[in-house]
Structures are given as structure tokens and as C-alpha cells.
Design a protein. Structure first.
Length: 258
């Protein structure tokens, strides 16, 4: 049984095109009827549109086998909430399409997503809001955000920075939150009612943001070196607690054992 990441695992971080072996890997999962759920932290494209994009790349992922944070967001923040939201314009547009109101002066919550150009002025404003008692949420808790050849601080790194700066706690919508993994397991049980976390392999390029959280829930972890972590030298820097159970270059290499 498998939880399968998308960015850096199925598609590359530059052109958003399938990585070596990705299409064949999904085809094999479908053909062999191996229970799986694609678990992505996508937050810049509406969920059904992103799934349609993956279909257009030849990744035949059924809707029942797909989960992203946008699908759970309203369980945390009701539609119509005023949000001081930070991320790319595409993310802000998705929020407005879901009925949220963008308001960085009198918000009900601060909500962080990825972008490569967070400024210190934005950070100062976020800190001010948090110190006024506005709650902090992250769309996910990624360690780094990979864009092309560059790696920026991920949402998880930013959340921890703001928590350290202000003493506040934060909540996470997507991976690796317990609620997100519980929702993924629920989808997996529609395929295999006996499914438990201990039966699941989490496959991802994010050793810190995805795999460490998965391991804490009892899952086995499989790192691919096709995204955030790119070499065995970088794996060595992770330390003992973050070492994955298995490592492969990409899904093409992993598929030989599937």
C-alpha cells in the first residue's frame, strides 16, 4: 500500500512534467490493483483542475485516489473567513474562488503557502498580527520549496520561524499533519478496508516535511532523489532520525522492485 507524493516525485520542480518512470509507475499500480493514494501539497491550482492536469500528463490517477490540502481547508477555516494569506497570486486566486476574503488588516487567521519572495516587511506584518492574537495556519509543512535549481525555505520552515519569534502555535492543513494522513488513510481503506499506517509506504522527495511525519505515524518511508533531496551526500546530512527506510534515484529505479 502506498502514499505517493507529486512534486519532485511524479513531476519535476522546473517544468512540472513527469519524471522518469512516473507514468509507468502509476500504470503499474493501477494494473496490479495496488492500493494507493496520491497525497500532494498542491495549493496553487483548484483540486479538480490539478488532477485534470496530471491526467493530461498521462498520470491516470482516479479522483478517489487523490488528496490535497485545499480539499480539507474548510474543515479548519470556514468559507467566508477573512484571511491574511501569503503565497503566489495563483494561490490567492484559488482562495477567493473558494469564497474566502483576503484581508491583511483585520483577518480571522494568517495562512501561509509557498512563494520564493517572502519579504522582511511581510514577515514583520505577520509577526504583528500573531502578537495581536490572530491564529497561524500553514497549507502544509514542507521543509524546502524547490523551484528549478533553487531551494527556498518551505512553509514548514516559515511556520517554525514565526513560532520561535512569537511563541505562538500553528496548525497545518496538508502533509504531514495527522488530520491529512488520517484523511488519506480513509481513502486508502475504500480500496483495502484492512489498511493500517503500518502497511503503508510513503514515497516522497521530502525527507523532513513528508517522510519524518509519515514515520511518526508508523509508515515505512521511501525517499526518491528527484526533488528536494538530490544526492546521497545530502541524505547523510539528515541525521539518524530522518534516515528513510529505502532510497532510490527516482520512480523508474524503484519500479524494478514493484
Amino acid at each position: 500500500m502506498i502514499f505517493l507524493d507529486v512534486q519532485g516525485t511524479l513531476i519535476d520542480d522546473t517544468n512540472r512534467l513527469p519524471l522518469p518512470g512516473a507514468v509507468a509507475f502509476v500504470e503499474r499500480l493501477n494494473r496490479k490493483k495496488i492500493p494507493y493514494v496520491v497525497v500532494t501539497n498542491n495549493s496553487m491550482i483548484e483540486s479538480s483542475a490539478f488532477l485534470g492536469y496530471l491526467w493530461g500528463l498521462g498520470l491516470a490517477i482516479d479522483e478517489a485516489r487523490y488528496l490535497d490540502p485545499l480539499m480539507l481547508l474548510q474543515e479548519y477555516l470556514p468559507s467566508g473567513s477573512r484571511l491574511a494569506a501569503y503565497g503566489y497570486d495563483a494561490f490567492l486566486g484559488v482562495l477567493e474562488g473558494m469564497g474566502y476574503r483576503l484581508d491583511d488588516r483585520n483577518p480571522d487567521a494568517v495562512l501561509l503557502s509557498v512563494k520564493s519572495d517572502y519579504s522582511f516587511e511581510e514577515c514583520a506584518h505577520i509577526i504583528d498580527l500573531l502578537l495581536q492574537g490572530v491564529p497561524l495556519y500553514g497549507m502544509h509543512e514542507t521543509s524546502t520549496y524547490a523551484l528549478g535549481e533553487k531551494r527556498y525555505p518551505g512553509v514548514g520552515a516559515l511556520l517554525r520561524m514565526f513560532a520561535y519569534a512569537t511563541g505562538v502555535r500553528y496548525r497545518v492543513v496538508g502533509k504531514p499533519s495527522d488530520a491529512f494522513f488520517d484523511a488519506a488513510l480513509e481513502r486508502l481503506r475504500r480500496q483495502a478496508p484492512e489498511a493500517l499506517f503500518e502497511m503503508v509506504y510513503m514515497i516522497s522527495d521530502d525527507a523532513v516535511g513528508d517522510l519524518y511525519g509519515a514515520r511518526k505515524r508508523g509508515m515505512r518511508t521511501h525517499l526518491v532523489l528527484s526533488g528536494k533531496v538530490r544526492s546521497m551526500d545530502e541524505v547523510a546530512l539528515l541525521g539518524d532520525a530522518l534516515q528513510p527506510d529505502q532510497i532510490d534515484t527516482n520512480l523508474e529505479a524503484l519500479m524494478e522492485r514493484l
